[in-house]
Design a protein around this ligand. Structure first.
Ligand code: SF4
Length: 361
């Protein structure tokens, strides 16, 4: 697993954002910190805010990364890694839903880091798609919109993908979201069933389905770009074909519909046997949903489904969805020709189960 937080010492007293560079002749910025020393244990950089000594990574591994230096706890967070195509910024750990399978259970407290995250975005490598996640980002909707708009106005090469439970959009937001800046923003929105009661039980919030429908209406009005996300649990497996019909009939505007296999972490870890669907044994409802989506021209995709566990007719929909820092492949994958297109497994997925699943293609 690639570590996103590394131990570090810094001369500065307050947190700050900087971009690390190893080539002094590169096109540098006043906010950059340049490599001054490298040893087996780590690398040291110097910039306008003083020295930073980072353990656990080489200068080359850190080159181009945008980091948040946190002097008090003695660490740096690699916010945007130059060598990765999957970078995501966590804007809050608060959430107003409590999904039965939540991979990152929410906290009650919020630490406002919007100003620092905005600085990080402005230093992002060219052309980066930046993910925004939580918790629930739209609990801080004004700060979120302000940050997105300022960054996209300053950097016409960047784009955002924002995960949201879509419980907080109002019709008044439609005009703002119609701004051409939001053509470079897409929203990843969970929808688990067409049965409002079932959706509400999965997300742990009464009335969530109705509120979600109102938000989707606002997003349609705004011409927003939406990716629907459906995590597969035992309660919604047999609802998938009905959900596909609902998406085809009412949400044809979405850019994609992602059906996602469960992560063995967070709440799902303790409820694994109650929630997890072994799609190798019962793929028929998933296949029916994918067929329905395809029939209506909706781009359906499978996230977190190792390709060799998916029937050949649907394998092309199983994409490499797991971020590089939390993805693993098993020894048996070494001989597979499709590893480059495969999600593999989450680092925290039990090895014995993963190893037993793989059949090199
Ligand atoms: S063998 Fe490994 S890399 Fe190949 S499809 Fe299966 S899980 Fe993916």
């Amino acid at each position: 697993m690639i570590r996103l937080t590394l131990p570090a010492l810094a001369e500065a007293e307050r947190p700050f954002v900087t971009r690390l560079r190893i080539d002094p002749n590169a096109d540098t910025d006043i906010r950059d910190s340049l490599l001054v020393n490298e040893e087996a244990a780590g690398a040291s950089f110097s910039g306008a805010r003083g020295l930073i000594a980072i353990d656990g990574a080489t200068g080359r591994e850190l080159d181009g990364d945008v980091i948040l230096v946190q002097p008090a706890p003695g660490r740096v967070e690699r916010l945007l890694r130059a060598g990765s195509r999957t970078n995501s910024l966590l804007v809050t750990e608060r959430c107003d839903q409590l999904c039965v399978m939540c991979s990152q259970p929410p906290k009650k407290t919020h630490v406002d880091r919007f100003a620092l995250l905005e600085q990080a975005c402005l230093l992002a490598p060219p052309g980066m798609l930046i993910g925004i996640s939580g918790g629930e980002p739209t609990l801080y909707k004004e700060q979120l919109f302000d940050m997105v708009e300022r960054v996209l106005a300053a950097r016409d090469d960047l784009a955002f993908h924002i995960l949201t439970n879509a419980q907080h959009f109002t019709v008044e937001d439609a005009e703002r979201l119609r701004s051409p800046l939001y053509a470079r923003t897409s929203w990843g929105i969970p929808l688990y069933a067409t049965d409002a009661g079932l959706h509400d039980r999965i997300v742990g919030k009464a009335g969530a389905f109705d509120r979600l429908e109102r938000s989707l209406a606002t997003l349609i009005l705004a011409g927003a770009r939406v990716e629907l996300r459906t995590v597969l649990v035992s309660a919604n497996l047999h609802e998938l074909p009905a959900l596909a019909r609902y998406v085809a009939a009412r949400l044809r505007f979405v850019e994609a519909w992602s059906i996602m296999q469960l992560e063995h972490i967070g709440f799902a870890k303790g409820r694994w046997h109650a929630l997890h669907v072994d799609h190798r044994r019962d793929f028929a409802p998933i296949a029916a949903a994918l067929d329905q989506a395809s029939l209506h021209g909706i781009r359906a995709q499978l996230f977190n489904f190792p390709r060799c566990t998916v029937p050949p007719a649907y394998r092309s929909m199983a994409i490499a969805s797991i971020s590089d820092w939390k993805r693993k492949y098993m020894p048996g994958c070494a001989a597979c020709r499709e590893q480059g297109q495969c999600s593999g497994f989450f680092e925290w997925h039990p090895d014995a189960d993963a190893e037993a699943s793989v059949t090199p293609l």
